[in-house]
Design a protein around this ligand. Structure first.
Ligand code: HEC
Ligand code: HEC
Length: 386
């Protein structure tokens, strides 16, 4: 664009927005958010601990919280299992002294853990407070968040067994974080030099070849099962159908995003759009396609068993057609096909927990559920989880 055209466009825009200001188009629509509503959203805790509620929690209490509400997914020692990335591991007492995690450089640890990477204790506190447990975010009390954060740090040998973490001492604890000096600022996110760190031009038609900078290798695409089947049962978290090759999804996206080619969607979509995986153009386009299409089972009335399974977060651990933490529901149906007593036996196992039938990971007891709800869900599962 020439300088002249740029200036002309700027003038036009200024003129247009002036007109808009003169005649507000949405008079009498909506209202200001109340202070209570703002407070309910404004929960972030920053590295300088702005936003951190007063309170405390002990390592001992944290162990209780962990075992009751976290260990079923993240493992007894935070080592997690094959689906969730491990939280604890890979840090040493040396790292606590230096503030740089050595195994990030020597690659001796097979997989990077949360404790290896996280530089600020506020991030850990904030994330647990807002997002965990996965099946019931924001359900922890302030004391429980302090306590379970302390327990994670205890498992990582950052804090002693008798420690009580509080708003009074959390700044000192920050001084013991193994990777506190490991945060890099030498890239675009920090070093924007006055320009936005993401620069791209939205292409609306005939975009030609798009060059991909990074892409999820085909071999890694489906290693954790179909991401689109692992969505939370609430909120707009969408996944990509990883059972299909990316190229197939890109075509589908092209067909279903009107006025936008898959290529332009790819350049516009933020990194990580594909369920926390590095976003390839195709994956991002597929996420956009998923956003455009109505989510299955949300708008339509779902059959009782399926609705209950969603509502009770069974699908956080069981995919319909794929194994997540627990076996695929269709595999359960296949295993007990023709077994007339299975319904009753499985209902009892859902109620009181199950272990050893499918592998080393146990299913926690779902004893809070009503018997008739469990029967409906098990009936739906044995019927093929359609
Ligand atoms: C039903 C399974 C489940 C339960 C129970 C659960 N989590 Fe998680 N947790 C997850 C998943 C899945 C992620 C990854 C979320 C994502 O990437 O968006 C996660 C991520 C995390 C992370 C961030 C890891 C990282 O490096 O990004 C922390 C910390 C964490 N969980 C702590 C907890 C704590 C503490 C509890 C108990 C209060 C808990 N979780 C209970 C499934 C679970
Ligand atoms: C935290 C993860 C998790 C959650 C949540 C979960 N399950 Fe499971 N489920 C598992 C695991 C792991 C197994 C395999 C246990 C085993 O090997 O015995 C399993 C096994 C099962 C089985 C088969 C048991 C057998 O003996 O073959 C059924 C049926 C089942 N789950 C139903 C449900 C229902 C219904 C819900 C929701 C109310 C649910 N699960 C919630 C993890 C989970």
């Amino acid at each position: 664009m020439s300088r002249f055209i740029k200036a002309a466009v700027a003038l036009l825009c200024a003129a247009a927005s002036c007109t808009l200001l003169a005649a507000p188009p949405y008079a009498n629509v909506g209202r200001a958010a109340t202070p209570q509503e703002v407070a309910a959203w404004d929960i972030d805790v920053r590295p300088d601990f702005k936003g951190l509620p007063k309170g405390s929690g002990s390592v001992v209490k944290g162990m209780e919280v962990w075992e009751g509400k976290c260990a079923s997914c993240h493992g007894t020692f935070g080592e997690s299992n094959e689906v969730f990335t491990p939280i604890v591991g890979g840090t040493t007492r040396e790292d606590v002294k230096s503030g740089r995690v050595a195994s990030l450089r020597d690659n001796k640890q097979p997989q990077r853990t949360t404790m290896m990477k996280v530089a600020t204790v506020s991030t850990l506190w904030d994330y647990i407070n807002r997002a965990m447990p996965w099946t019931a975010p924001k359900s922890l009390t302030t004391e429980e968040v302090y306590a379970v954060t302390a327990y994670i740090l205890n498992m990582a040998e950052v804090l002693p067994d008798d420690f009580v973490l509080s708003d009074q001492n959390i700044a000192e604890v920050q001084g013991r974080m193994p990777n506190r000096n490991g945060m890099t600022q030498a890239h675009g996110m920090w070093d924007a030099k006055g320009k936005p760190d993401v620069r791209s031009t939205a292409c609306m038609t005939n975009c030609g070849d798009v060059k991909l900078r990074s892409e999820l290798p085909a071999a890694a695409r489906n290693v954790h099962g179909d991401l689109s089947a692992q969505n939370r049962s609430f909120g707009a978290v969408r996944g990509v159908d990883t059972t299909k090759p990316a190229s197939q999804l890109a075509l589908a996206a092209k067909a279903s995003v009107p006025g936008m080619s898959a290529a332009s969607v790819a350049t516009a979509a933020p990194a990580g759009a594909a369920g926390g995986q590095p976003a390839s153009a195709a994956a991002a386009a597929a996420a956009a396609a998923a956003a455009a299409a109505p989510a299955p089972g949300v708008a339509k009335a779902a059959p009782g068993g399926m609705a209950l399974a969603k509502q009770n977060a069974c699908l956080a651990c069981h995919g319909v057609g794929n194994k997540i933490v627990g076996p695929a529901l269709r595999d359960i149906a296949a295993k007990y096909k023709g077994d007339a007593a299975a319904a009753q036996r499985l209902a009892a196992k859902v109620k009181s927990g199950s272990s050893g039938a499918w592998g080393p990971v146990p299913m926690p007891a779902q004893s809070h559920l009503k018997d008739e709800d469990i029967a409906a869900m098990v009936g739906w599962i044995l019927d093929g989880a359609k």
